[in-house]
Design a protein around this ligand. Structure first.
Ligand code: FE2
Length: 423
């Protein structure tokens, strides 16, 4: 009896072991064990771009293999895109041990043929892992209202960057622009996670974050481009949202003249009511670095092109200049220059002058609310307090008289800069 049962058990076990299904499962387990377990999503998902009919996503895993985005206008996620990763090898030092090599796999893709003004659900999947379901919204076909945040220099102290992000999350923004210096040392791959991607969790999955390249973001391995520039784009790019047009420029590719020409051509061609430019190193900045990228050619060129706001980073402070008038005898725009470089990095002294509307050494972000011809900006500190406020409007393309009456002449600002920056 015992022998009969024992041989029966043996037969069941043998048939199980030779079953194709079990063999497949075991092979999968062995492969996973060899690869170090299930893939983990180690960065993102991160919304790089969003327009009316397409959006760009990135994410990173720690093991090789095709990735998939499943997405749709409801939770059924009927659309799918398979994405091949780019392999990145980097050095890592953990707990003072000898540095060793690690490998990451970066996935970037465009979701296309989207419908304007719709909520999209999406999920990242692999055979062995999947993300939560996230949402984002495509731009409406026709809107005259937008809320967005701009800040810069979020490098070095991630807990401060996180506090800024927590304030921005409360404001329910449509997009974010970061004016560069995302990490302290762009060559150290770990910093991209610690100082940039991690603090932006809970925001960048659903709201497009447009990153401008800073000097600290440069690396021989082009990590900025690998992580943050969508397929078939560069770090010089433009986008629109309702009545707003934005041009984000890369200070570090090409000559200053070439980049200024790109910006001027783009802005001149835009018919938007409100035109913004962002790049990393300010053209006019009192205190800190006394930066002068593109100086002095940029300022008359921006006025001639019709720029409204130039928002930069690099000099770790907040300064908003009074509107700077176009050169005498020309019909250009009155440009407002803002240095917004208080996203977390150590702060620098700012030299407050009569040319400033506001200048302060403070961690902060700028929150814009545009509705038609009216623009409101609140500059908000790390604890949620408003430290600067601006309200302007346009009629037939011209800024309101009260604001223009506060303008300073371009020549005067330049004279002051030339006299003081060398001291
Ligand atoms: Fe910088």
């Amino acid at each position: 009896m015992y022998n009969n049962r024992s041989s029966k058990n043996l037969r069941v076990l043998r048939s199980l072991l030779t079953s194709p299904l079990l063999c497949l499962a075991m092979a999968l387990l062995v492969a996973l064990a060899a690869a170090g377990g299930c893939a983990r999503i180690t960065k993102g998902p991160f919304l790089l771009r969003a327009s009316q009919n397409r959006a760009a996503l990135m994410w990173e895993t720690d093991s090789e293999g095709l990735g998939k985005v499943s997405y749709g206008t409801n939770r059924q996620l009927k659309n799918h895109i398979v994405v091949e990763p780019e392999r990145v090898e980097y050095q890592i030092r953990e707990n003072d041990k000898t540095p060793h090599k690690k490998t990451a796999f970066i996935y970037k893709t465009w979701l296309t043929n989207l419908k304007p003004g719709r909520l999209y659900y999406y999920r990242i999947t692999r055979p062995d892992t999947q993300s939560k379901t996230y949402t984002f919204r495509t731009l409406p076909a026709d809107t005259d209202e937008v809320v967005f945040a701009v800040y810069g220099d979020c490098r070095t102290y991630p807990h401060r960057h996180r506090k800024i992000v927590e304030q921005i999350i409360k404001k329910k923004v449509d997009f974010v622009v970061i004016s560069g210096d995302l990490v302290e040392d762009g060559e150290i791959y770990q910093q991209w996670q610690q100082q940039f991607f991690q603090p932006l969790k809970g925001l960048a999955e659903s709201v497009p974050v447009y990153a401008v390249k800073g000097n600290h973001d440069l690396s021989d391995q082009n990590y900025f481009e690998k992580l943050l520039v969508p397929p078939r784009q560069t770090a010089n790019f433009a986008f629109d949202y309702g009545l707003v047009h934005f041009y984000c420029a890369d200070n570090y590719v090409g000559t200053e003249t070439q980049i200024l020409n790109l910006i001027a051509a783009d802005i001149s061609a835009s018919t938007s009511t409100w035109k913004f430019v962002s790049y990393h190193e300010p053209t006019i900045n009192f205190g800190g670095h006394w930066s002068d990228w593109g100086y002095p050619d940029a300022m008359p060129a921006f006025a001639e092109a019709g720029v409204d706001f130039v928002i930069t980073g690099h000099s770790h402070q907040y300064e908003r200049f009074r509107p700077i008038a176009p050169p005498p005898g020309t019909n250009g725009s009155y440009v407002t220059y803002i240095t917004s470089a208080g996203g977390g990095a150590p702060l620098y002294d700012v030299e407050s002058t009569s040319y400033h509307a506001k200048a302060k050494q403070i961690h902060h972000f700028c929150l814009f609310h545009i509705k038609g011809n009216k623009l409101t900006m609140d500059t908000i500190d790390i604890n949620g307090r408003i430290v600067d406020h601006l309200e302007i409007n346009k009629t037939d393309g011209r800024l309101n008289k009260e604001y223009l009456q506060t303008a300073v002449s371009l020549e005067e600002v330049q004279l002051y800069r030339d006299a003081h920056s060398e001291q």
